[in-house]
Design a protein around this ligand. Sequence first.
Ligand code: HAM
Length: 442
Amino acid sequence: MANFQALPGFREFYPEDYAERRHIFQIWRQVGRRFGFQEFDGPVLESLELFKAKSGDEIESQLFCFEDKGGREVSLRPEYTPTLARMVAAKASSLKRPMKWFCMGDNFRYERMQRGRLRCFSQFNADILGEEGAGADIEAISLLIQILLTFGLTDEDFYIRLSDRDLWILYLEAQGFDFEASSKILSVVDKWDKATEEKVRSMLSEVVDDRVDDLWHSITSFLQVNSVDRILAAFSSLSLSHDAKARLDSRLAAWSQLIDGLGAMGFGEFTRVDLGIVRGLAYYTGFVFEAFDKKQEFRAIAGGGRYDTLIEKMGGPGMPAVGFGMGDVVLSELLKARGCMPRFFDTVDVYLVIGGSSERQAALKDAGSLRQAGYSVDYPFKDQGFGKQFKSASNAGARLALIYGSQELEKGVVTVRDMSDRSEEEIARGSLIEFLGQKLNA
Ligand code: HAM
């Protein structure tokens, strides 16, 4: 027998599962709109080239790529950001800045199977393009926090780790590592928590020939930084060039603005300075951040940061950008674990209880006009006893049952049963729409 199971890492959504997914999408969209973001979308299949250089080594190794029938090298999208950057680059001169855009859809990554990571997952992305100041970072991080709050999570459930790749580069350059070496060192920092000290040292030794010990100590001490004041202290023992000093001052000013702005939004208690976050993707530049559950049971809920050079690399003008992505997998596990996922039940407004084949024509006619008027209506396809039909009405969650018996039709009425208290009244068929308007909207 052939194996017709879904592929590993691909989910099937039965109606109750789909209702949860719809809930997640609804809140993503609702809060995105509340923050003044506009929705966009891009293609699910792209040229392989788009992701190869732009997403970074880790994602490149996870691409679902193949050659299409026209001989093109293509890939399902593993993330939205390169597509967004290309779309913005193509129309940059006609777009009003700053742009605040969001999107939601499926992404594909051939990941090693583990909890919270699938091969097809939905992701919400929100990005602000064309604004270089920390105001945009404050807005993006506030949106991330507000979304999680709107799902019913609290400051007891999650927090945001804030970090800064520019600061890291500055710190490493002050110790004599050029930009390329610093970027490689940051790839090791990205794995710091997940690997043993021995493994970390061996990864560092692949980047720097000697000085592994010094570098290990210096990174370990930088990772202790947990406040803006301590950032300054961490640099105090390093001798900085005039230019590096100016860059540090500018980063410190941005940090103060970020912390003050998030505080003013009322989100201070949700954030922590934590330089352990450097982000694995290749395009990040300044502030980077990730959201985690406080009990540390799950992987990252969301992640993002600045990517000020990507639009230009896509052939557009220089355009700063910041944003984040939030997947639905960890999020829905967390919502369930914290009792924040409602139970859903798809219901109908009205169920038609049909006496027999002589009454069916009239019932179908009314089903048509009630649906046309916007009500959800269901009825049995075959003639059945009344008891069975009332049971179906109740299973469908109908608020009203409309009874089409021979006596009713002779009089030109239907009997309307309120399913909550079983009370009944006769209503002329010609006034049904008006009646439902009053009854269901009351
Ligand atoms: P990312 O950190 O790769 O960033 O993904 C963001 C979020 O997507 C993760 O925190 C997680 O919730 C979810 N996610 C990622 N991979 C998987 C997976 N295999 N299974 C389930 N969920 C997953 C990005 O994708 C960036 N493009 C985000 C961004 C937007 N940065 C700026 N703008």
